[in-house]
Each structure stands twice: as structure tokens, then as C-alpha cells.
Design a protein around this ligand. Structure first.
Ligand code: LIP
Length: 276
């Protein structure tokens, strides 16, 4: 059990780490940003900034929370002894960052238990989007905030009037399957937004700027902080068919809309999504 004082401390630390990482990423973005490596495909890129921001956050955690574990997108796992794991996406929306588009963020969360969205106990999280001038944060049981103002998921319950965020993977076969799903969903909703950062999509859902979000192939670091922000804003984050959210599918929104969106996504996906 994590008491209120510890939750408050973890929340403040998640926020300050995300803010410091965001300041570094913004400074680096003001200069030349180049692709340092690729991962699952030629378009799945890593920049030197991704690596530098994660190194900065890791170094702060090694100093301030040496007993905690770390799961980061760009670095090796750190196994600690405290039962807490920090989940870091140094730059979520890396392609937007590379192209100087504003929808990118630094996402920092901490959970108790394994950093697996099927079972984690999220305690605190922060998403900082410097190019948008937005910061979202939440602690378990403490509510969700954007720039210090309390936020709440939207009230839309009719899918045909809902603005839905989604995204796509980096592999051609997966994208073809995801395109087939979005082609079936698009006529059933108000409109679709593909903004390029899961963390921001989930925070926009938490504040009602999107009515719902779904995506297949999301990693724990993409979604950890955003999931807590959605939940603390009164929303739900699920998978399909009553399953918990996972790399197989993430659906977010208010409870009614998320259920309807999940139902339609499941029907549209019955042709099978490309493998993850
Ligand atoms: C991104 C996700 C986004 C997805 C993008 C990309 P990354 O993460 O946050 O939801 O649609 O394709 O995967 O790779 O920028 O950290």
C-alpha cells in the first residue's frame, strides 16, 4: 500500500523528471536532429535526443531512487528491490519530433508491480509536451490535471458524434491491417485524428479534447502515464472483449463510449490485425 505522502512525492518526482526531460528535448530540437538508428523498420526511428533524454532521466533516478526498477524505451531494464518501476518514454511521437511537428511528449510514470499494462498498479505519471505548451499529470486517487487545472473525460456517449484518436505501427503489414480497421470505423464516428503520440492522445482524451482513443501495438512506455491521467480524469482504459489494455489493443474514453468504441473496433478487427 502506498500512502498519500509517498504518492505525493512520486507524483512530484514524475512531474519534475518529465519537465526536465522536456526542457532538454526542446533545447536539442532547436538544433539539428538526425536519425541515430532504426528499430522495427526504416521508419521506426531513434534520434540522439531520445537517447540523451532517457539517459538524463535515468541518471536522476539512479541518484534519487536507486532501489527502484526502470523500464525505458531506449535503454536496458534496471531491476531494483523496492517493487516500484519507473516507465519512461523519452520522446513519444519521435517522428513528429524529427519533422518539427509539435505533437511529441516526454512521458514518465511509476507503477507498483511488473510494468505490464495487464497488471500494473500505476501510482503517478506526467506527460510534458513542450512544443504544445502543455503538461498533464496525475497521481493514484489524486485526480488528473492539465497545466495545474483539474480535467475530466468528455461526456459524449454516441459514437457517431465522437472525435476519435488513433495511430499506426511502423511495419507495412501491420499498417495495412490497421488501415482496414480505420476504414470501417471512420464512417461510424464524427472524425478521426492521427496526432502521432499515444501519450498526448490519451491526455487529450482525459481532458475531453478527444472523445476516445484506440490503438493496437502500443508499448508500456507509450501509455503508462497517459493511462493514469485518463483513469484519474474519470475515464477507462481497456483492451477488447473485457480484456485489460495491452500491446494487443488500447481503448480509452468515458466508460460508455469506450465500451461502444471497443465493440466496433473488435468487429472491425475480426478480419485480424497484422501481427504485432
Ligand atoms: C508512437 C506512439 C503513437 C504511434 C506512433 C509511435 P514513438 O510512439 O506513441 O501512438 O501511433 O506510431 O509508435 O515510437 O514515437 O515512441
Amino acid at each position: 500500500m502506498t500512502d498519500t505522502a509517498e504518492l505525493s512525492h512520486l507524483g512530484s518526482l514524475a512531474l519534475s523528471l518529465a519537465q526536465e526531460g522536456g526542457e532538454l528535448a526542446a533545447r536539442l530540437r532547436a538544433g539539428t536532429v538526425e536519425v541515430a538508428a532504426t528499430k522495427s523498420s526504416l521508419v521506426d526511428v531513434v534520434t540522439a535526443a531520445d537517447r540523451e533524454v532517457e539517459l538524463l532521466i535515468r541518471s536522476r533516478l539512479a541518484e534519487l531512487r536507486p532501489e527502484d526498477s526502470i523500464l525505458g524505451e531506449e535503454g536496458a531494464d534496471v531491476v531494483g528491490t523496492s517493487g516500484l518501476t519507473w516507465v519512461i518514454d523519452p520522446i513519444d511521437g519521435t517522428v513528429n519530433y524529427l519533422y518539427r511537428l509539435p505533437s511529441w511528449s516526454v512521458s514518465v510514470a511509476v507503477c507498483r508491480g511488473r510494468p505490464d499494462p495487464r497488471e500494473w498498479d500505476l501510482l503517478a505519471g506526467a506527460v510534458v509536451a513542450p512544443a504544445l505548451g502543455r503538461t498533464w499529470h496525475a497521481t493514484k486517487g489524486g485526480g488528473a490535471f492539465r497545466d495545474g487545472e483539474r480535467i475530466q473525460v468528455g461526456a459524449a456517449t454516441e459514437l457517431e458524434l465522437a472525435l476519435i484518436g488513433t495511430g499506426f505501427g511502423y511495419r507495412a503489414a501491420q499498417r495495412a491491417a490497421q488501415a482496414a480497421v480505420v476504414a470501417e470505423i471512420l464512417p461510424k464516428v464524427r472524425d478521426i485524428r492521427r496526432l502521432g503520440s499515444c501519450a498526448i492522445d490519451m491526455c487529450l482524451t482525459a481532458e475531453g479534447s478527444l472523445d476516445g482513443y484506440y490503438e493496437q501495438g502500443i508499448n508500456p512506455w507509450d501509455m503508462a502515464a497517459g493511462e493514469l491521467v485518463v483513469r484519474e480524469a474519470g475515464g477507462v482504459v481497456t483492451g477488447l472483449g473485457g480484456q485489460p489494455a495491452s500491446i494487443n489493443m488500447v481503448v480509452a474514453g468515458n466508460e460508455t463510449l469506450a465500451a461502444e468504441l471497443g465493440r466496433v473496433v473488435a468487429l472491425s478487427s475480426q478480419s485480424g490485425l497484422g501481427g504485432v
